[in-house]
Design a binder for this molecule. Structure first.
Ligand code: PGA
Length: 219
């Protein structure tokens, strides 16, 4: 479906060799698609993949899965927006796994959005509850609504219920919304048909190239 976003979140997966296989297998389907495909690989693959996209003139974009809340400088282990923007156009912020694994809170998430915007990176901020929207100090950003019960569980939320939820969320702030949580080749079209859903964030089913190819063919 033209212009809808398919964001592939590889999480902490994919070695260099696995990523090369994924690219070799998925490139033709991606090239034939009129979807807006964004791949979020681990940081370790951004350099290789951005080089590959440039050399082969491929029509998908890259995003990082996180960004430092600090500008570049003396922050050991952090990856600042200035370093990311050499390789990527998007950044995923506040995924529920980071909120629970690392304890990311509203203040950190707002700092990260600020760093992304300062560096011309487009943030996609993940939320699972209405309260998490209230704390965002920004207006024109894209959000991904991902109910925790639907992530990695094969228990996706019903598309009409997602639309209803997005209506409620939009009454807080008029963001654009993606949906994420157990999106598959079997249900992707039901989400993309919903006017209020601008696209999907796919985890598990973006890892195997054939699953991803089937998913974009059905979109
Ligand atoms: P899933 O993950 O597709 O495996 O449910 C989605 C996400 O966590 O972004």
């Amino acid at each position: 479906m033209k212009n809808k976003i398919i964001a592939a979140n590889w999480k902490s997966n994919m070695t260099k060799d696995e990523a090369k296989i994924w690219i070799n297998e998925a490139t033709t389907s991606i090239q034939e698609s009129d979807l807006n495909i964004i791949v979020f690989p681990p940081f370790t693959l951004l350099d290789m993949l951005s080089g590959y996209i440039k050399v082969n003139d491929l029509n998908f974009s890259l995003g990082s899965q996180d960004i430092s809340p600090f500008p570049k400088g003396a922050h050991t282990g952090e990856i600042s927006g200035e370093l990311i923007k050499e390789f990527a156009d998007y950044v995923l912020i506040g995924h529920s796994e980071r909120r629970s694994d690392i304890g990311e809170n509203a203040e950190m998430i707002n700092d990260k959005i600020n760093e992304a915007i300062k560096n011309n990176l487009k943030p996609i901020v993940c939320i699972s509850e209405i309260d998490q929207v209230k704390f965002l100090n920004f207006d024109k950003i894209m959000l991904a609504y991902e109910p925790i019960s639907a992530i990695g569980t094969n228990n996706p939320m019903n598309p009409q219920e997602v639309s209803q939820k997005i209506k409620e969320l939009k009454s807080e702030k008029n963001f654009d919304f993606l949906y994420g949580g157990s999106v598959s080749e079997g249900n992707i079209n039901d989400y993309l048909k919903e006017e209020l859903i601008s696209g999907v964030l796919v985890g598990t089913n973006s890892l195997n190239p054939q699953d991803f190819i089937n998913l974009i063919k059905n979109a």
